[in-house]
Ligand binder design. Structure first.
Ligand code: ZN
Length: 359
């Protein structure tokens, strides 16, 4: 086939060029990023209309510059990070959601409508447990807002006797491992202005990076197992435990790909059949018998997963598999999975609840 250069083709090229330039010069407001300076001390960096401001951290305050009022001003957690338990029994109420992908406004509206947080954005779920089954990063343009909000919520939940479980998704894994294909354009400007790659903005020397690196990939609460993608039956053959998998993923999250691929167990845990990538429950080949094998192996009644997008929170295999990626990533609406007083319901975007459909 021959390519013909027409006036229309030339106009298209010009349009493409100017549109891309428009994206590049759009003013970015982003942050804060709490990073180590050359001497190893933590400093807060703010980008306000493409200008970088640096502030000194005094006690737990980041001292947000007045000019950056639209950015979060979180209080830092000054106590050392603990690795929490990954198995809990006797939890009265649970709320779960997944795949936020930087959609801060949808997240806040959904949680507020269900009174999980107050109108001021603070924990209001008492001694309940909230589970976010991964993929807070990538796609959207308010990833930092989501992370600092959850950072604060984590400590508020603990103080109230509740818990926030943030589980590792494939997109957390990708960012930590330097696979930056899905970051929003805006963050390329932030990388440039801060002279750090996006993965370095969340590496193990940063506040958010240190906090997230204490988190698990799987958590078992009552008779529910929560994780991002799913467990395949290969997991059973490998006789892995929840604790082992959580430890191994945390320990090797910053390793080179080549090192992970050269180890058989790590290769399984970090890639397509592993807990952050597996999509088997949504394939016709997966059977009720496979699901029952997994339930009996983990001694649970339900597997709760995100990662594979649905239009709503959905029950599969007679509600034994609960699919909770309700497409928050579209930035329009989203749903929760709620368990209160033994009842399992869908929490709709407007704050109402519905019995979970069985598919
Ligand atoms: Zn995912």
């Amino acid at each position: 086939m021959k390519y013909i250069i027409t006036p229309l083709f030339i106009i298209s090229l010009f349009t493409l060029f100017f549109c891309q330039s428009a994206v590049a010069i759009e003013k970015v407001t982003d942050g804060p990023y709490v990073l180590e300076d050359a001497l190893g001390a933590k400093q807060a960096y703010w980008i306000c209309s493409n200008v970088v401001h640096q502030t000194r951290i005094i006690k737990n305050s980041l001292n947000r510059p007045d000019i950056c009022k639209t950015l979060p001003a979180p209080k830092l957690n000054l106590s050392p990070y603990q690795i929490e338990k990954d198995v809990y029994q006797g939890v009265d109420k649970i709320v779960a959601l997944s795949d936020i992908h930087g959609q801060f406004d949808v997240l806040i509206e959904l949680l507020t409508n269900h009174n999980i947080i107050t109108k001021a954005g603070e924990w209001n779920f008492g001694n309940g447990h909230m589970v976010i089954t991964g993929d807070m990063f990538d796609r959207g343009d308010q990833v930092n807002e989501v992370l600092w909000f959850l950072y604060q919520l984590d400590f508020q939940a603990q103080q109230a006797g509740g818990r926030l479980h943030l589980l590792m998704g494939n997109h957390e894994q990708m960012v930590f491992m330097g696979d930056l294909r899905y970051i929003h354009e805006k963050y390329k400007v932030s990388e440039h202005l801060l002279s750090r790659s996006y993965d370095q903005l969340y590496d193990s020397s940063t506040e958010i990076g240190q906090w997230l690196r204490t988190k698990h990939t799987l958590v078992k609460i009552n008779d529910f197992l929560f994780l991002h993608g799913g467990v395949s039956t290969e997991w059973i053959d490998r006789e892995l435990t929840i604790g082992q998998a959580n430890r191994l993923i945390r320990r090797h999250i910053d390793d080179e790909n080549i090192k992970i691929k050269s180890d058989d167990t790590l290769n399984f845990l970090f890639y397509s059949q592993g807990p952050t990538w597996f999509r088997g429950y949504f394939s016709d080949e997966f059977t009720q018998e496979d699901v029952d094998k997994l339930l009996s192996y983990f001694k649970v009644n339900h597997l709760v997963v995100g990662h594979t997008s649905q239009t709503q929170v959905m029950g599969l295999f007679n509600n034994k598999v609960l699919a909770i990626d309700s497409s928050i990533k579209q930035g329009k609406s989203g749903e929760l999975l709620l368990l209160e007083q033994g009842k399992l319901t869908r929490g709709l975007f407007d704050g109402t609840t519905l019995r979970l459909d069985v598919n």
